[in-house]
Design a protein around this ligand. Structure first.
Ligand code: SF4
Length: 492
């Protein structure tokens, strides 16, 4: 790539520009006077909550250097795409976005960077395919971002951060938080499982757990800052093990966080069946703060397909975990991920998946057609199922699930539920609430309801959401409301 390419491949940079920003302090970016002062940035994020949270941290790094966030790439000096390569379509989107910045066009004079899974996967090839790009940084290397940005500010044209060998999780002095009520917190990075279809081990690197004490301290700080809901994140969140001498299990960590006074809701995602223990269900039973919701991906209902996928569990072992969850004292809502048309999936295998859906009765299913991804073992398998057949199976599965969801939601008619109001739809005059089971429950409300916990009675249902009306109770005048850090959206 020549002299204008700088590869930062070491662990945490010695000159990582530590910024003396007090934890939790809302900092007006225009007032920082650090770095490039008035320069602006725009980030577009694809993919999962981990990516969304990574973008919040990247935004924090940029703001700490004096960049100011803007709402459009046209208004930005630096444009970043935080990419996802879990499906082929998601990966293609970023190349289509970058196409808009071909020579002499909208990208002139701007810094264009690619972050996340596609960045890790493509690496320096990005510079050949899309010369308008000057920063390529994989999600395992975000600790290097301050140094990479420094190199760009110093006049280097191309920089990369592609090491998977980072010991630290991505910790920033300042995180811009885009949701005022729910705070995300990454507790484990990477994955060691190597499922045959999944890019995560290649793009996010090996598993690294954060220390339990640090996680509890961060959660305490978030609660002190006004957040009432926290979601603990990891690609394989329940594989978390405390690396510190305390040696807490994941269930113990959940209990410790749930005991923080002032926290109203605690969620965690994404769990892996192999690491799902009865202690997690016991923690949910004993701590009302833990939400009635578990996302437990199964991917297929057929044991032979699960073996080819290298999932590390059979259909029967998965169903044992489900039985354990269904044995909880609380009505825990279940969701899952399914891949249809994986290599060699027979009609009988597919029917096994349909029968699993009928047996478990999930409240939500995220289903996709298999597409072979780079750097996965599945790429070497024969992709035997024609595209039209994959589409047929996906349609059949979604239709079955639609009926299940509708039936399960109909059983909720008349029930009163507590929601956290997360938004407001002015056109409909409706507040958008979320239940502890992660269902959306809309009801007539007003913008000022956002951030408040309210009781709502379910009056109508569809397969994907509920409609209701607010129930006024004695003492409702003093509703508890949630709100991120005083004075702005920025928290540590
Ligand atoms: S456990 Fe999850 S993140 Fe890890 S390889 Fe399998 S699907 Fe990917």
């Amino acid at each position: 790539m020549g002299n204008d390419l700088i590869q930062i491949a070491n662990a945490r940079p010695p000159g990582g520009a530590p910024l003396e920003l007090p934890a939790g302090e809302g900092l007006a970016p225009s007032a920082t006077g650090i770095g490039l002062g008035a320069k602006t940035f725009y980030i577009e994020t694809f993919g999962c909550q981990m990516n969304v949270h990574d973008s919040e941290k990247v935004a924090g790094v940029l703001m700490a250097r004096g960049y100011r966030p803007v709402d459009s790439h046209q208004a930005a000096d630096i444009i970043l795409y935080n990419t996802c390569s879990i499906r082929e379509k998601a990966a293609q989107k970023v190349f289509s976005r970058l196409g808009a910045f071909r020579k002499g066009s909208a990208g002139a004079g701007k810094i264009i960077g690619v972050l996340g899974c596609v960045a890790q996967q493509e690496g320096e090839r990005f510079f050949e395919r899309t010369p308008q790009v000057s920063l390529v940084c994989g999600s395992a290397s975000y600790t290097q971002l301050p140094e990479l940005l420094g190199q760009l500010e110093a006049g280097n044209r191309r920089v990369t951060g592609l090491s998977l060998d980072t010991e630290d999780c991505f910790e920033t002095e300042l995180t811009r938080r885009d949701n005022l009520h729910r705070a995300y917190l990454t507790i484990i990075e990477g994955c060691d499982q190597r499922c045959a279809f999944c890019v995560v081990p290649a793009t996010r690197g090996p598993e690294r757990s954060r220390s339990g004490a640090k996680i509890v301290a961060d959660c305490q700080r978030l609660v002190d800052g006004g957040y009432t809901e926290i979601q603990l994140l990891g690609q394989i969140v329940n594989a978390w093990r405390d690396p510190q001498p305390a040696g807490w299990s994941f269930a113990e960590l959940l209990a410790r966080v749930a005991e923080i006074p002032g926290l109203r809701r605690l969620r965690f995602t994404t769990s892996h069946p192999r690491y799902f223990t009865s202690e997690i269900v016991a923690a949910i039973d004993s701590h009302p703060v833990l939400c009635n919701q578990i996302h437990l991906p199964v991917q297929s209902g057929s044991t032979p397909v699960l073996a080819r996928m290298r999932r590390g569990h059979t259909r029967e072992e998965y169903l044992e975990k489900i039985n354990c969850i269904r044995g909880s004292q609380r009505a825990i809502s279940l969701s899952t991920d399914i891949i249809v048309g994986f290599c060699g999936e027979s009609e009988r295998d597919f029917e096994e998946t349909l029968s699993l859906l009928a047996q478990v009765e999930y409240d939500q299913v995220f289903a996709f057609k298999f597409s072979p991804r780079p750097n996965t073992d599945g790429l070497g398998f024969q992709d035997t199922i024609p595209e039209e057949e994959k589409s047929r199976r996906l349609t059949a599965l979604l239709e079955l699930q639609r009926q299940i969801q509708l039936r399960r939601n109909q059983a909720l008619l008349g029930q009163v539920m507590e929601v956290l109001v997360e938004g407001y739809q002015p056109r409909l005059g409706q507040a958008v609430g979320r239940t502890t089971t992660n269902r959306v429950l809309n009801f007539p409300g007003e913008p000022a309801d956002i951030g408040c916990y309210m009781k709502v009675q379910v009056t109508a249902v569809g397969p994907n959401s509920l409609v209701g009306s607010r129930v006024l109770e004695q003492g409702d005048g003093a509703l508890e409301c949630s709100g991120g850090l005083t004075g702005g959206q920025y928290g540590s």
